[in-house]
Design a protein around this ligand. Structure first.
Ligand code: FES
Ligand code: FES
Length: 161
């Protein structure tokens, strides 16, 4: 079947099998291997991408369900000049990744949270990130990174007043 959607800001037209997951479409057809596959059962969050701004598990979301929607992967977060998204930079600054396998999904899930709620509480961060698992970091640096970006945006908002 033919599908068309927006991928990291650019239009995409593809011919896919109806059974293909969005993760398969993005990794195999679009060559966006920042979309990671681990449990393939909507448990670990490694495959998280944004669809119309909301985090979805691309391992269980069918590719055709993205028709007409906006899909964002980790490859779409840096700006045109190659500057990292603040969350990407904060993860680097705080050593919030080791093997990095969970990191694209973590950052996209965190982006969805901050887009919806720019200054979440600590508990809200924990609750929102509950579906993204990390085997390496112990989570503290991940939460710190998200808090750092939230604080920076608060500072900018106050400076603009
Ligand atoms: S690979 Fe999709 S949730 Fe684990
Ligand atoms: S950094 Fe290795 S799983 Fe999270």
């Amino acid at each position: 079947m033919k599908i068309a959607f927006e991928l990291n800001g650019a239009p995409v037209d593809l011919e896919i099998e109806p059974r293909e997951t969005l993760a398969e479409v993005l990794r195999a057809r679009c060559r966006l291997t920042g979309v990671k596959l681990s449990c393939e059962a909507q448990v670990c969050g490694a495959c998280t991408v944004l669809v119309d701004g909301l985090p979805v598990s691309a391992c269980t979301y069918l590719g055709y369900e993205a028709r007409g929607k906006r899909v964002v992967t980790i490859e779409g977060l840096a700006d045109e000049s190659g500057n990292l998204h603040p969350l990407q930079q904060a993860f680097l600054d705080n050593f919030a990744l080791q093997c990095g396998f969970c990191t694209p999904g973590m950052i996209l899930a965190a982006k969805a949270l901050l887009d919806e709620k720019p200054q979440p509480t600590h508990d809200e961060i924990i609750a929102h990130m509950d579906g993204n698992l990390c085997r390496c970091t112990g989570y503290l640096a991940i939460v710190k990174s998200i808090q750092q970006v939230a604080s920076a945006s608060k500072g900018k908002d106050e400076a603009a007043k």
